[in-house]
Design a protein around this ligand. Structure first.
Ligand code: SF4
Length: 709
């Protein structure tokens, strides 16, 4: 047994029979530290690393299943070219040379005939450097169209913090909070929070008060002092209600508000537009609970708000996150030990520089979805805008897409529309680990390498950087996405912006640290120095130097300078007519054993959740003549899907929780893996209204009905 180490395994050395290598998981934002047991050339076991500062030994079922993922017999091993019709499952293996030559020729011909913007690059959840490489490629190639999940994942929260504080705002992992609000995050199961689970557990064991805001009674909600179950999608209204109580009961931190914020008086006036009886009615949260939450949060310090992905999923996303950011400020919990802190940036190459955004500034007028100014300024476009552009050839025709680690048929809203758009594309390339419903529609599929199979750093951009050393060879001819993009760039004539070897980019990112990648591998992690109350020395990094409750910047961009809530369409309050036919309110949840739409083909994980399950209150089920275990249809005005019914007495009787991301690899290519049978995005809408700054769509809180299948 070799002592766990970040040190690289030297090529050519005689390897010990068995060794443990320390690294990190790159499958989700948890970035858990791992101890990987390697025997010969094979990973045989993955355990949580108790010494990891990020996860302290935690490991979810997906991390433990990594050996099954790596050595799954269905891993794509060679580039494939489609032979027959789209979606018929007829493929031939080709060389990388042929694949890249074909892709380069097609992309260059679209660029010549229709402009570079006719080519779109689409990405999924960023894992390592594939987003940075794809952005660099897009800049140099000339397309402003990089579609990411940013508008429904992280960017509403990140940008709300940026406009309010001038920097990101996260929970403190070094000092324990005395009060924790977990809002729209099932953080014990799907890691999307900024404090680690071990900090959460320590704080609770230390007696911290816990408030959980979630329509579902999660494991964490069971431990909460106060569990609030709002109507799905109404969190923005609830945040304004909590704010109203804090202001009207004088629960704010007067010193901090007076010295370090701008616009509080305007907020005090503005909040009068949100009477508590209306908030109570539309959120379904009794006003006593709203007041209790406000008092607990405001009066126990230090307090942190851990917000989750659910808040990104409505047309109120950004304004909801602005409201919560302001709660953090007026409660006086900003940048204090155990509160919500402003981490300093780490000294690495700035992402915008790496992505060549200065050399090739994105032309907003050429960008699909350029009207979403905050998305455009962050160099991404909302995904539904791409789909509409493909279908309607507006603002111009889109001819080709390069999709990297993303499965739009399952993850984009309004899946039928997405299917039509993908079928209409003249040329589609997908880079993936396995065949997926989306990959089956491609012209060329590229085999991607994954965890442990190549040298990388990540996440990037981020507030910390991790080393992911190569531990084993990938199977067949799998390549990392950064290698694929680097080599493709050379084929399309962009070699001056890329590298002889893609790993040279790692040194560029690390350049300001003075470390090479080989040296950084021994460190493993780069984190900023922790300092509290930095604003007392240098102010906040906003134009005013203070926390901007009233945002002049947003006003100048044409967005509300104070947080607002607009009732989305298709709710019981905005569409009472529709609610007569579709009387239930839909939301969705991810199972802890799957990442988004991935992993349904991994036996160890599928055993944990063999079927998609829709949850309903027993009272509602009885009224509809349904019992636990029945197959049921869940239907909106766009279509219906089928999932297995699971009764849940803790759910509001008006709510349905549907499992997210389901398809059935076992059904095979001939049925396109049953992509539409249980797919929640058959039910969701891609039409306006969108969140005006970012383009977020309404994925939660829409009207539906349930019946026996
Ligand atoms: S997938 Fe699991 S093991 Fe991997 S980072 Fe996320 S929580 Fe950690």
């Amino acid at each position: 047994m070799v002592k766990p180490s970040f040190a690289p395994r030297k090529g050519g050395d005689v390897k010990p029979q068995r060794e443990k290598v320390r690294t990190f998981c790159r499958m989700c934002f948890g970035r858990c530290g791992l101890l990987v047991t390697v025997e010969g050339e094979r990973v045989i076991k993955v355990e949580g690393d108790p010494e990891s500062p990020l996860s302290k030994g935690e490991l979810c079922p997906k991390g433990a299943a990594l050996p099954q993922i790596l050595y799954h017999p269905d891993r794509l091993r060679y580039p494939q070219r489609r032979e027959g019709e789209r979606g018929k499952g007829e493929w031939v293996s080709i060389s990388w040379d042929e694949a890249l030559t074909t892709i380069a020729q097609r992309l260059n011909s679209f660029k010549r005939d229709f402009g570079p913007e006719s080519v779109v690059i689409g990405l999924g959840d960023p894992k390592g450097l594939e987003l940075a490489f794809a952005q660099r490629f897009a800049s140099a190639f000339g397309t402003p169209n990089v579609a990411t999940p940013g508008h429904i994942c992280h960017m509403p929260r990140d940008l709300a913090s940026a406009f309010t504080f001038g920097s990101p705002c996260l929970g403190d992992n070094q000092n324990l909070p005395s009060c924790i609000v977990v809002w729209g995050s099932n953080m014990l199961q799907t890691h999307d929070a900024s404090i680690t689970r071990s900090v959460l557990r320590s704080a609770l064991n230390n007696g911290a008060k816990l408030i959980v805001i979630d329509p579902q009674k999660t494991a964490l909600a069971s431990r909460a002092e106060l569990w609030i179950k709002p109507r799905p999608g109404s969190d923005g209204s609830l945040a304004l209600g909590v704010m109203k109580v804090m202001i009207e009961e004088n629960l704010c931190d007067e010193n901090f508000v007076a010295n370090w914020t701008t616009g509080f008086d305007r907020l005090r006036e503005h909040i009068k537009n949100y009477p508590l009886d209306v908030v109570e009615e539309i959120t379904w949260v009794p006003r006593e609970q709203i007041a209790e939450a406000a008092r607990l949060y405001a009066q126990i310090k230090p307090a942190t708000i851990q917000w989750g992905n659910a808040l990104d999923h409505t047309s109120n996303s950004f304004q909801t996150c602005r409201a919560i950011s302001i709660l953090r400020a007026i409660s006086g919990n900003v940048d204090i030990p155990g509160g919500d802190i402003m981490p300093s940036p780490i000294p690495i190459t700035r992402p915008g520089h790496f992505m060549l955004l200065r050399e090739f500034p994105r032309k907003l007028e050429k960008m699909i979805g350029g009207e979403f100014k905050l998305a455009a300024r962050s160099a991404f476009i909302p995904r539904q805008s791409v789909i509409k552009a493909i279908l309607e050839a507006e603002p111009y025709p889109v001819k080709a897409a390069l999709l990297i680690g993303t499965n739009p048929l399952l993850t984009y809203p309004n899946a039928k529309e997405t299917y039509d758009a993908l079928m209409k594309l003249e040329f589609l390339v997908v880079s993936e680990l396995f065949m997926t419903p989306t990959a089956e529609l491609a012209d060329i599929v590229l085999p991607a390498a994954t965890n442990f199979e190549f040298d990388e750093v990540g996440p990037y951009p981020s507030l910390y950087l991790l080393a992911y050393p190569k531990i084993v060879e990938p199977p067949g001819e799998c390549w990392s996405d950064m290698r694929m993009i680097n080599e493709l760039a050379k084929r399309v004539g962009l070699e001056e912006y890329f590298w002889a070897d893609e790993r040279d980019a790692l040194d560029l990112i690390l350049q300001p640290t003075g470390l090479s990648f080989e040296e950084f591998k021994k460190e493993g992690i780069l984190q900023a120095e922790r300092k509290y109350r930095k604003y007392e020395e240098s102010g906040f990094r906003t134009p005013s130097g203070k926390v901007e409750i009233y945002s002049q910047q947003l006003e100048e961009l044409g967005y509300s300078p104070l947080p607002i809530y607009n009732e989305p369409p298709e709710t019981p309050y905005s569409s009472p007519e529709l609610a007569r036919e579709y009387p239930l309110v839909l939301t969705n949840a991810k199972e802890p054993c799957f990442c988004h739409s991935a992993h349904r083909n991994i036996p160890r994980l599928r055993r944990i959740a063999p079927e998609p399950r829709a949850q309903l209150n027993p009272e509602t089920a009885a009224r509809l003549g349904l019992k636990d275990g029945d197959w049921v249809y869940i239907e909106t005005k766009r279509g219906r899907i089928r999932q297995r019914l699971s009764l849940n007495g803790e759910l509001d009787p008006r709510v349905v929780v549907v499992a997210f991301g389901w398809w059935f690899p076992e059904k095979g290519a001939s049925q396109l893996y049953g992509w539409a049978e249980a797919n929640v995005n058959i039910l969701t809408e891609s039409a306006p209204p969108y969140e005006p700054a970012l383009g977020s769509v309404n994925l939660r809180g829409i009207l539906c009905k349930v019946s026996k299948a």
